[in-house]
Design a protein around this ligand. Structure first.
Ligand code: ZN
Ligand code: ZN
Ligand code: FE
Length: 756
């Protein structure tokens, strides 16, 4: 007979892990106990060595799907322990430093979904049904260890039936912390806000029924979900969608959709196997799916995809007994922070709706729906939030290093914290030019620090002097007397890919809309040769004067004009006539006088310019609009291209021939589809050509590609096609978004390489 101590770290709490261990132990005839500890799970097992080994193997191989085991260890104990008579789950203890991780929110499982439509089940029609395998987690946890008393379920005292489930080892709800039923759990409330006065008008089933009829009548209803409010309306009612666009200040930006089942989605979109798996999995993000021609054009005007998700809460399942398809967009105004608290929602969303379907359980940590897209079977995270946060990323280089706070970047706010080999990235926090989002940033940071007991010893920020995140990092460091390091934006993009793949030497291709360059210009079309911490800017798109600064990013026609002025002035009158663009001459005047100081090498702005040149989009009403609409015209199998010039002396990529080629194609009446496809393929070839040059110089053949431009699936697929069969190895972001929300991981990694 032996005694062994088995320690497991990772996401092993709140995912039915202890009951699973107990069942497994009983199966193998193991005596002893399992307990939640600050670092994860500790098991003391008493049996023959052989049984213990088989038991551990079983635990590692068959752990619950939601769990993530990061490390495990077995130690056979020498000292005599008392003989255990049974295998028990010991009460939780909190000792020392906390490093146990908590699970993300999990979509309703099949069994729970069945019970709520089973008239004989006591969970019938109950919108807060959950079990050990599903339900809210991250959004309701106040502190760890993950026990009911440390969640926003604390105030609901379990009834006898629920308590029996909760305490019965064989039950699916054994130690399911948010366990609840109609007798004892949270309840629905319909609130109507009239003249700023919120009044609860209905409760429970009647609140639900009334919501259904409001939606059927073409109203917009704000519905409180897992991580925050949604604004919900009929997706087939054009008037209500127009109304929502107007009131939410979102004239063009696509709305997310929720469908009853995958067959309904198939009516509108083509779905491959990876997409299907993601749609139906336990994370249930919004998946961007190529839409069939003209499907739901007013929901997602001019872009190639529709964003679909399937129901992931019992309430949503119940709603979809009455609907096939609904708009389910974030409960916020424009790009402001997601609403999760009733009073704030009533205040801020009142211009959109007076109807709120809420419930009396607090969302402690708000978190938006995640957005995922696919290039073939390559996953691209567009927005990392519910279902994906707070999953840890393992970075080996973090072991024995100080704890880090990485502040991220501003356009898509997301910070990161490290402790040893664990990187935890925050949820998507929105554009940090908005005060509501900077508040969200502070709120989430203090939550992450307290729940994971993180005490950063080093601070890292973007080198942009005017970013909120940079300013915040500085103040944070000053207050705590910590050192602060800065890293250039586009380098950090590449380091994020290196972090995911544990790489040291790469060729970096960093394409995005904007970022502060080492020379004070706006970078965004950058090629780097990276050897660990040495980062050489090998080439970049030729600089253009960025007349009218930020406005040029919002109004692609300004970029088109700047490009024409430089490379094809004769075409200006034809393509950008004063009659349509009255401010044109003012900009030309500035260009002629050479009075513009700010230069840009941004690839994002290049896409904007081309979108405007071929009359696809002249004004961005949301970030990335012109590029997305340009992408919608591109055929990824296309293989013609424009030529480029590379000025080796000055490391410049000269795009004169591209612009001249495009203008000539416009004058030749070539289609938008032709020009857009040709332009996309030109960029793919440019990447390949430059990588060949960089390889020749450095001998490196690993290529890391990052930055918001690589959310463009057509471009990603073309690049893969061009590189196919070459000696290069391509690396992309899969665990963090390629956009600015992935920057924090890159910031961390560049520091870790430096501090060896
Ligand atoms: Zn369940
Ligand atoms: Zn109950
Ligand atoms: Fe960026």
């Amino acid at each position: 007979m032996k005694h062994a101590e088995i320690l497991l770290t990772g996401i092993v709490q709140g995912v039915g892990f202890r009951p699973f261990v107990k069942r497994t132990a009983l199966h193998h005839g193991i005596k002893g106990y399992v307990e939640n500890r600050e670092f994860g799970v500790k098991i003391v097992a008493q049996a023959s060595k052989k049984s213990i080994e088989e038991f551990v193997k079983d635990v590692l191989n068959n752990a619950p799907a939601v769990s993530t085991i990061l490390t495990h260890s077995i130690k056979y104990l020498e000292s005599e322990l008392p003989d255990f008579k049974t295998f028990e789950i010991a009460p939780s203890k909190k000792k020392g430093e906390i490093s146990a991780l908590i699970p993300p929110d999990i979509a309703t499982c099949d069994k729970c979904a069945q019970e709520i439509i089973d008239k004989d089940d006591r969970h019938f029609s109950y919108p807060f049904t959950n079990c050990t395998n599903c339900g809210p987690r991250f959004s309701i946890i106040r502190s760890i260890p993950y026990d009911r008393k440390n969640t926003t379920m604390k105030k609901f005292i379990m009834c006898d039936d629920c308590n029996r489930e909760y305490t019965t080892v064989a039950d699916r709800r054994y130690h399911a912390q948010p366990n609840a039923c109609p007798k004892c759990g949270p309840e629905l409330q319909l609130i109507e806000v009239v003249d700023e006065n919120p009044v609860v008008t209905e409760r429970r089933e009647r609140a639900f029924d009334k919501t259904v009829s409001f939606l059927q009548q073409g109203e917009i209803v704000a519905i409180k979900g897992i991580g925050g409010y949604h604004l919900v309306c009929n997706a087939l009612n054009k008037e209500v969608i127009e109304k929502l666009r107007k009131l939410k200040y979102r004239p063009q930006k696509p709305f997310a959709l929720m469908a009853r089942d995958i067959d309904i989605i198939k009516e509108y979109c083509a779905i491959n196997d990876s997409e299907k798996e993601m749609l139906e999995g336990q994370q249930k993000p919004i998946v961007l799916l190529g839409k069939k021609k003209y499907a739901l054009e007013n929901v997602a005007p001019g872009v190639k995809d529709l964003g679909f998700m399937l129901p992931y809460t019992p309430l949503q399942y119940l709603l979809f007994k009455h609907f096939r398809l609904l708009v389910f967009t974030s409960g916020n105004i424009s790009e402001e922070a997601l609403e999760n608290k009733d009073d704030s929602a009533f205040r801020n969303l009142s211009r959109i709706t007076q109807y709120y379907l809420s419930y009396n359980r607090e969302i402690f940590n708000r978190i938006d729906d995640s957005i995922v897209t696919y290039a073939g079977d390559q996953r691209i995270l567009i927005r990392k939030a519910r279902g994906f946060v707070p999953k840890p990323i393992n970075i080996k280089k973090g072991i024995d290093k100080p704890q880090i706070f990485a502040a991220g970047a501003d356009m898509k706010g997301s910070f990161g914290l490290t402790k040893e080999n664990i990187f935890l990235g925050s949820q998507y926090l929105g554009d940090l030019v908005f005060n509501s989002n900077t508040e969200f940033y502070r709120e989430s940071l203090s939550y992450f620090q307290s729940i994971f007991e993180m005490k950063p010893e080093v601070v890292i920020a973007d080198s942009h002097p005017n970013y909120f995140s940079t300013q915040f990092a500085k103040e944070f460091a000053e207050e705590k007397e910590l050192p602060v390091h800065y890293i250039q934006h586009h380098k950090a993009h590449i380091y994020s890919v290196m972090a995911e793949n544990d790489l040291e030497n790469v060729l970096g291709v960093s394409f995005d809309g904007t970022g502060y360059g080492d020379d004070g210009n706006i970078w965004g079309g950058e090629f780097f040769i990276i050897k660990s911490i040495d980062c050489e800017r090998f080439a970049h798109l030729n600089y253009l004067p960025m007349v009218s600064g930020e406005r040029a990013a919002k109004e692609p026609w300004r970029m088109a004009l700047i490009y024409l002025f430089k490379y094809f002035p004769d075409a200006i009158d034809t393509i950008i006539p004063t009659a349509t663009f009255p401010q044109r001459d003012m900009i030309l005047h500035q260009l002629l006088n050479d009075s513009v100081q700010l230069q840009t090498s941004s690839m994002g702005r290049f896409f904007d310019a081309v979108a405007s040149l071929i009359d696809v989009c002249h004004y961005n009403s949301y970030e990335g609009e012109a590029a997305m609409k340009l992408e919608a015209f591109a055929d990824e199998n296309f293989s013609e291209y424009y030529n480029i010039n590379f000025d080796k002396q000055q490391s410049l990529i000269e795009v004169a021939l591209i612009i001249r080629g495009i203008v000539n194609d416009i004058l030749d009446d070539r289609s938008k589809k032709y020009i857009s496809s040709k332009f996309h393929f030109t960029i793919a070839r440019m990447v390949f050509d430059l990588c060949k040059k960089m390889k020749k110089e450095s001998g490196i053949d690993s290529v890391a590609l990052s930055g918001g431009v690589f959310q463009n699936v057509v471009l990603v697929n073309m690049i893969k096609r061009v590189f196919y069969g070459s000696d290069f190895k391509l690396f992309w972001n899969e665990k963090v978004p390629p956009n600015d929300a992935g920057i924090a991981l890159g910031q961390v990694y560049s520091f870790l390489l430096k501090s060896r």
